[in-house]
Design a binder for this molecule. Sequence first.
Ligand code: NAD
Ligand code: UDP
Length: 310
Amino acid sequence: MSRILVAGGAGFVGSHLCAFLLGRGDEVVAVDNLITGRVENLEEFVDDPRFEFVKADVIEEVPVGGPFDSVLNLASPASPKDYFAEPIATLEVGSRGTKNLLDVARAQNARFLMASTSEVYGDPLVHPQTEDYRGNVNPTGVRSVYDEAKRYAEAITASYAREFGVEVRIARIFNTYGPRMRPEDGRVVSTFLTQAARGEPLTVYGDGSQTRSFCYVDDLVAGLVGLLDSDAEGPVNLGNPGEFTIAELAKIVDEMFGPVEIRHEPLPEDDPMQRKPDISRAQKLFGWVPKVELRQGLPPTYDAIRDEVL
Ligand code: NAD
Ligand code: UDP
């Protein structure tokens, strides 16, 4: 049994992670300022005596007492719509917020896990992306508030390991979906499923030839915990290598939950053209492979969104 601090625990991924950790017997303290998270995400386990929720902004302080065995940093707006709306808060949580959480890990002699992102690869020129690829990020573009914050977060995490001997793990998470995504969060899966539930056209940005690889949240949580418990040094990709164009995703949503029309809208600035993880490191280091295919993961996600929007 461990006592674990989860920053961003009221978010989409964070709440599933809290549930998993409680389920295996850990004590969990979730810290969240609810900028993009929701207390409803905690409903399933909020009364568990091994769970505590602290509303706080980790940019300012982390007002929780130890001891902690692990500190997991998932605090950050994650959807482009969210970080476009909160550019400075996104930069600050990746930088000051990450430093504050690293200081907790250092003081508590706890292991630190950084939830980084495939966005550190920017609009990648290497495909699929391996961890040694250094990326193609526009440092002043609209997405830089997220990409560069996460790159800084990785850099300071690696520095705390070198300078202070903090044990660190870095997960580079690729597009993840599942129940508890906000219907209006702007991400493609939640948006298409919300539109399908309402019988509205699916908004495909650009010609839809850009690709993404979609991981079901339960698989991601298993990967995060596997990484936390492993000896993996250096960044590790976590994602489902199944790659789809956005046009293909729209077609699947139409077939499974439609019929719905498709409406093309302009492609946002610096939108990455392709993305697919090479997960051989995660597989080799802690035997992780995602199990849930897109067509299996979409129905529970759709049901949760439909129940919310209808
Ligand atoms: P989310 O927006 O649902 O969750 C993020 C949580 O962090 C929210 O509850 C939010 O309120 C909280 N938060 C943000 N700023 C904070 C601050 N200053 N202080 C305290 N809490 C703060 O997003 P998510 O999809 O659950 O993502 C979780 C983490 O995983 C993020 O760090 C994100 O960058 C990373 N990630 C997610 C994906 C994905 O596809 N879901 C992909 C790559 C990386
Ligand atoms: N996208 C789209 N329609 C939408 C929302 C997103 O076509 O309503 C596209 C978006 O341009 C991108 C892909 O889907 O190419 C994934 O977008 P998302 O915001 O989910 O994640 P990210 O761009 O961060 O991978």
